[in-house]
Design a protein around this ligand. Structure first.
Ligand code: FAD
Length: 298
């Protein structure tokens, strides 16, 4: 196990031993090792890189977040005052012992469809800085998650750049049970008053967070931005349905992370209509989106 003290040293360690695997909190990685799914010949521990554990402000109203920020740290009030939706997401990311170790960078690199920070970063249109042997490069987080621009050999996720919008933002998560659990669906919603825009991303219903762009544009035009940011209750409901319709397709196109089609073989499915599980998922997303916008505009 190599334990570099800086990001630069970590990149050097990875370059020297290309088969080595980086490990931050280990909550995802060690699970895979313990399950026998992964046998890394060497590890590059990122836990001693203090520069990655905090955040800083940049001109132009952005915050630059270290990949080593833990969920527990992001859930604290000072961070919540800056990026409320990311704090909300971090507070729901597993039980306390996981939140104490699990990091923002690990959540992004694992890119699990249920990753709680991912829809928030998508709604915020965050970018990530990747540090590698040839220097650093910055790409949209969505390019990384979709595989459009994957991490290259020897690269590490160093920083996440997020705009500070100084406006309400909400993260809501539905789970199959009470207590800490993975999302069955989640919605992140941010208001961007300077652009008179609502941005929204739906998590856990597809391999990557989905942006219902038409629904966003439509509802942005329904909001009284100059008044008290009011909205007709009927528009709130219509927004929920618009988002759900855009993000949860008809069952034949609806692949779950495991590849199963929710509702397939479901005997309660109505003939000709979406099977019950897909209908439930649509309803869940619709309710989450309606509530998220309602709370943001309160
Ligand atoms: C019981 C349990 C419950 C959980 N519940 C949730 C939940 O509700 N919501 C949720 O979102 N997640 C959940 N998780 C998943 C996990 O805790 C998070 O994904 C966490 O953020 C991972 O961070 P980590 O630092 O532990 O990553 P690690 O396990 O250290 O690493 C994960 C992956 O990311 C890579 N990596 C880590 N840091 C970097 C970096 N800086 N640059 C490049 N690659 C890097 C590693 O090589 C590895 O491939 C849960 C996990 C467990 C075990």
């Amino acid at each position: 196990m190599m334990l570099p003290a800086t990001l630069e040293e970590a990149v050097e360690a990875l370059t020297a031993v290309p088969a080595a695997v980086p490990v931050a909190g280990g909550t995802d990685l060690m699970g895979a090792v313990n399950a026998g799914l992964l046998r890394p010949p060497a590890l590059v521990g990122l836990g001693r890189i203090s520069e990655l554990r905090g955040w800083r402000y940049e001109d132009g109203g952005t915050a630059v977040l270290g990949a080593g920020l833990t969920h527990a740290r992001m859930g604290r009030p000072d961070f919540a005052a800056l990026i409320p939706a990311l704090a909300d997401a971090a507070r729901t990311a597993g039980p306390p012992q996981i939140r104490n170790s699990g990091t923002l960078g690990g959540n992004i690199a694992t890119a699990d469809p249920t990753g709680d920070t991912l829809p928030v970063l998508a709604a915020l249109e965050a970018t990530v800085t990747l540090a590698g042997p040839g220097g650093s490069r910055e790409i949209p987080v969505s390019h990384l998650l979709t595989g459009l621009d994957p991490m290259r050999p020897g690269e590490l996720l160093g920083w996440v750049r997020v705009p500070l919008l100084h406006a309400p933002q909400v993260y809501l998560k539905a789970t199959g049970r009470s207590g800490p659990a993975r999302a069955s669906a989640s919605v992140a919603l941010v208001l961007d008053p300077a652009r008179r825009a609502v941005r929204c991303a739906v998590g856990a219903v597809a391999p990557v967070p989905l942006r219902p762009l038409e629904a966003e544009a439509w509802v942005s035009g329904c909001i009284d931005w100059d008044g008290e940011r009011g909205i007709d209750p009927a528009a709130l409901t219509a927004f929920g349905e618009y988002v759900a319709g855009a993000c949860v397709p008809e069952p034949q196109g609806l692949a779950e992370p495991g590849g199963a089609v929710p509702g397939a073989g479901d005997e309660t499915a109505s003939p000709g209509g979406p099977p019950a599980a897909a209908q439930r998922l649509r309803r869940t997303v619709s309710v989450l989106a309606r509530r998220a916008l309602g709370r943001a505009l309160k």
